[in-house]
Design a protein around this ligand. Structure first.
Ligand SMILES: [Zn+2]
Length: 732
């Protein structure tokens, strides 16, 4: 895989530099994930020979059946749209067809140069009148073969731009270029590439270490290009279907009495709006942290918000969202929206495909690779521990194929009456608050996990919304005593705590969630050591941290302003001379066996599987050592029991699978200030900034959620409440 990537390195010729790079040229581009480098790496599926041919035949047949189904479903509406569009746009654009494609209308052009420039001005007007988003695709007939594309791109790029990987997405005609200087690839170059090759390029930063997860995603996308195109077209037909309310306005002769659309007088729209009910089903993550899941139901749509598991529960009815209770047909679901990659928000997602869901997932660009990483890791851990997991690799593949990634701030129609907008939540890279505009009559803001303050890694959660009727807020740190000290005090406590153990000759274990806190802690440790406050000592890093850091680099434009700036100056903030990555158990023994002080960062963050548990077994018995917790510890996890101080020994499996008792004599220290969650005051400032009509509190232990709800009511005079799992709330 790496050889191929090397061979893809292209040194290109001179060109202009422009910090806007591909954004302008691609601003009309749809939201598909499809980032990429090379597609040679093997996908997850390991089918071969006969079974491969057989499954190919079956897939081809299914694809053909679906194609004719879509044709029937969309013919009238699509041809109506095509006619209107073709009449109103300049013939120079050479549009060969207009098709529904996911949340957009795709226009296929034979004149990429014109369509990516002048046509976009026409489309912005058309978009306003038709209330639809357009995306320019190149007609497949003008797309150059991949080899030729690589050579041509090499000639068009500036000399100092090195390409580490190229990914051509046949489903969309998009070309992903992983380069060392994305800012140096100007919109003019992007247009030149499109004119010369027939591919619309997007750039992304090359991580120093190639990300195997991003490679895997590309190979899965590559091998499913045709299937995905069909999926997107079918989805487009579904999103743009005639609303039920509209169809009900038909008289006994079958004639449409009044057709509701945006061009009609406001009184008609009002009449329609009165019929709009909005109902919220709480399926998990209320009065608890874990298994976050809601379903919003309107007369037209059913949309799921998050689909997590509860890491503190092993299996059964308490570990997963209560989908059994909602008792719906999975195919009725219009969409699943994932706020961020942590498993308590997406850990049940692959299982949906296993049990029959076939629709889209919407999330931000970094969320897809991060959740793929965590899902693959769960499979690995369940295999290693012999524990049950509700999904397999092929279900993770389905998540990749059905994922539609959206940038922050782009309103997107996901059903006939729901438009969503994702915005920065400041919690982990790519984390989003989800704003749902339901027919313009009710707006829900689902906060997911958010930090309403700046951190080392990220900017503060955005809080500017024109209108929110219902805010669903998390309350992880919702008790009035959950007030975090300022950042410098947190760093100083952290440094002093570690120094104390190092001076005593002990080892410090920092269990970290691979995604988010690990990167934050890496930045802090590097800074504290470089500036002489933290005693210089080896820092070992094990688990998925390196891979997660590579993904952070690839999507550095999602990080906070300060980190973005240092990345654009050529620094990789996740690399430091102090860090030593550890790969495999034999190296682990060296780290533990040398008897010298050391700092060990390892996943998982709550000591629930992964290398941190292996280190725990060796670190726990000695009173010289210390475990420093830097993230929230969910009830029921080993981490939580240590933090609560209730554990004197732990029964664990050894390498041979035998139960061994580990005495817990080491020190432990929980430091809250690193959290990616808002504290009590930050939650209240967020709520008062949003000023919703109603607040529903979730994602917190019962007392913390109740504390937020009562304070919001008392101080802000906003109606508020804490629902129960399995509660139905009529929002409108
Ligand atoms: Zn989270």
């Amino acid at each position: 895989m790496r050889e191929n990537q090397k061979s893809n390195n292209i040194r290109a010729e001179e060109g202009k530099s422009d910090s806007q790079h591909s954004d302008k040229a691609s601003s009309r581009q749809a939201s598909n994930k499809n980032e990429g480098n090379n597609h040679y790496s093997k996908g997850f599926s390991s089918d071969d020979g006969l079974s491969k041919n057989l499954s190919k035949t079956i897939i081809n047949r299914q694809v053909k059946e679906k194609e004719s189904h879509i044709a029937k479903l969309t013919f009238d509406k699509e041809s109506r749209f095509t006619k209107t569009i073709l009449q109103s746009i300049p013939p120079e654009s050479q549009i060969t067809s207009a098709k529904f494609e996911g949340p957009n209308i795709a226009l296929y052009t034979r004149n990429a140069g014109f369509s990516l420039t002048e046509l976009t001005y026409h489309l912005s007007n058309l978009s306003k009148t038709m209330k639809k988003r357009f995306v320019i695709r190149t007609d497949p007939s003008i797309r150059m073969p991949e080899d030729g594309t690589r050579r041509t791109v090499a000639k068009l790029l500036p000399k100092d731009v090195l390409v580490s990987a190229v990914f051509c997405d046949d489903a969309t005609g998009e070309l992903i270029l992983e380069v060392n200087k994305p800012d140096a690839v100007s919109p003019e170059i992007i247009i030149e590439i499109a004119k010369s090759t027939g591919w619309v390029a997007h750039t992304r930063l090359s991580p120093n270490l190639p990300s195997y997860i991003i490679n895997t995603i590309h190979s899965t996308l590559k091998s499913s290009a045709r299937e995905r195109l069909i999926f997107l077209q079918e989805l487009g037909a579904r999103i743009f279907r005639n609303p039920l309310v509209e169809q009900s306005n038909v008289n006994s002769k079958g004639t449409l009495v009044k057709k509701v659309n945006t061009l009609e007088p406001p009184y008609i729209q009002k009449a329609q709006s009165q019929t709009k009910e909005v109902i919220l089903f709480c399926l998990g993550g209320v009065k608890q942290v874990g298994r976050s899941c809601f379903i919003v139901v309107t007369p037209e749509s059913k949309v799921m918000l998050d689909c997590g598991i509860n890491p503190g529960e092993n299996s059964g009815i308490d570990a997963y969202p209560r989908l059994d209770w909602f008792n719906f047909n999975f195919s009725d679901l219009d969409a699943v929206v994932i706020s961020h990659a942590h498993i308590d928000h997406q850990g049940f997602l692959p299982s949906l495909y296993k049990y029959g869901y076939n629709g889209p997932i919407y999330c931000t660009e970094p969320t897809l690779p991060l959740m793929t990483l965590l899902q693959m890791d769960s499979i690995k851990i369940s295999k290693a521990n012999g524990t049950y997991l509700t999904y397999e690799v092929r279900d993770v593949n389905e998540v990749i194929k059905h994922c539609i990634t959206l940038p922050y701030g782009k309103p997107t129609d996901i059903s006939p009456d729901i438009t969503i907008t994702l915005n920065n939540a400041g919690h982990i890279i790519g984390s989003a608050t989800v704003h749902l505009n339901i027919s313009g009559v009710h707006n829900i803001l689902y906060s997911g996990d958010y930090k309403y303050a700046k951190t080392q890694l990220l900017d503060s959660a955005s809080s500017i919304y024109p209108r929110v009727e219902t805010l669903i807020t998390e309350s992880t740190y919702g008790s009035s005593s959950d007030v975090m000290p300022d950042q410098s005090a947190v760093y100083s406590t952290f440094t002093q705590s570690i120094n104390q153990t190092l001076v005593d000759g002990g080892k410090v274990l920092i269990p970290v969630p691979a995604v988010g806190r690990a990167q934050e802690i890496m930045l802090v440790i590097d800074k504290e050591m470089r500036e002489g406050r933290l005693i210089e000592t080896p820092i070992y890093i094990e688990g998925m941290i390196s891979e997660a850091s590579a993904i952070h680099m690839s999507y550095a434009h999602y990080l906070g302003y300060d980190v973005r700036r240092s990345v654009s100056q050529g620094t990789n903030p996740f690399e430091s001379d102090y860090f030593t990555p550890i790969v495999g158990p034999s190296k682990r023994e060296q780290v533990l066996g040398d008897g010298n002080p050391a700092i060990i960062m390892a996943t998982s963050g709550m000591l629930e599987g992964g290398p941190s548990v292996e280190y725990f077994k060796e670190i726990a018995p000695s009173s010289k050592n210390k475990i420093v917790f830097v993230s929230y510890q969910i009830n029921g996890t080993l981490g939580r029991r240590i933090v609560d101080g209730t554990l004197t020994e732990a029964s664990m499996l050894d390498q041979a699978g035998k139960v061994k008792v580990v005495p817990v004599r080491c020190n432990s220290h929980k430091i809250d200030g690193f959290s990616g969650h808002s504290d009590f005051n930050q939650i209240l400032s967020f709520v008062s900034r949003i000023r919703p009509k109603r607040v529903l509190v979730n994602h917190g232990e019962k007392s913390k959620s109740e504390s937020i709800a009562s304070t919001v009511y008392r101080k802000l005079k906003i109606r508020s409440g804490v629902p129960d799992n399995r509660e139905i709330i009529k929002l409108r």
